[in-house]
Design a binder for this molecule. Sequence first.
Ligand code: UD1
Length: 330
Amino acid sequence: MSKKVVVTGGAGYIGSHTLVDLFLNGYEPIVVDNFSNSSIKNIEGVEELIQQKLKVYNLNCCDYSLFKEVFESEKNITALIHFAALKSVEESLKKPALYFDNNVKSLEIALALCKEYKVNNFVFSSSCTIYGQAKELPVVETTPFGKPESPYAETKQKCEEILKKDFVSSVSLRYFNPIGSHHSGLIGDRSRDNPANLLPIITRVAAKKQEKLLVFGGDYNTHDGTCVRDYIHVADLASSHVKSIQYLEENSGKHVFNIGTGFGYSVLDILKAFSESNNIEVPYEIVERRGGDIEQIYADTSLAQKKLKWSARTSLKTAVRDAWNWELMK
Ligand code: UD1
């Protein structure tokens, strides 16, 4: 019998890719999602990929009683992966209380239920945003938390702190910037928000749905003046979750890992890679800096390589091609 893994936010961008990976590695994913910023189409896409129906609970995991029913109905849950969260940096600046209420409360409820039902393996979606602007790059897991640039960042710091003190064995995965989508074109980023992230905006411009890309800031202290990030293919990022569960099955305790490629690319590097790989011109204009952006960050991933036996495999060229494919297929 395959081991059950509860996946909150399983219909989302990273969650849906993780469902496929769980299934391929012999786990039975149980999806919990309220579809507030995701789509049933991702579930249908996963079902087509795995040729099997998924069990899906449509509920908000901030609702303790409803969430408890999942634990009551599903016996022998081996692990929980907690993706469900609000993720817009911009919105968090406008509605900080909403972000604290939702992101911190849902984690606390998930942990309380894990305690009650003796689910001892917990994987949490953290973010490189917890580092703020680190003094030394690349960041390692021991790099201290930086000044949070947004309430969104603060919720991720708070959640990691809660996990550190909790009884449950956990892995916090500090994601760098996920891009691209599944090579099949069946699952990807179906967030309802207007896109604010770089790649979805580049593909919108390439598809002539937007006139040009506004590059936020050309005067940063980087090789070409634009911000530097560590862009990782979403399927590579997703594959770190199964590795984390397998790791927790052998190693109890609290763990944190950077999940990136180890390479930093500027906004203009990404634009060039996209244009060249897809043979499309993307008009752009360098404008004022965007509030809350950090200048540069990229990961040291040696801990994840050593402990999780995980590393990113997909080239930037493939990732930006998959991003364009998604714009055309979605
Ligand atoms: C940030 C957080 C990340 C979080 C994500 C959620 C950091 C380091 N990262 O990612 O943890 O999960 O928000 O959305 O805090 N850009 C443009 N023009 C655009 C859009 C983006 O120039 O129209 C630039 C940004 O200024 C930035 C880069 O592209 O330099 C990447 O931006 P984005 O994709 O929004 O991700 P982050 O802000 O890095």
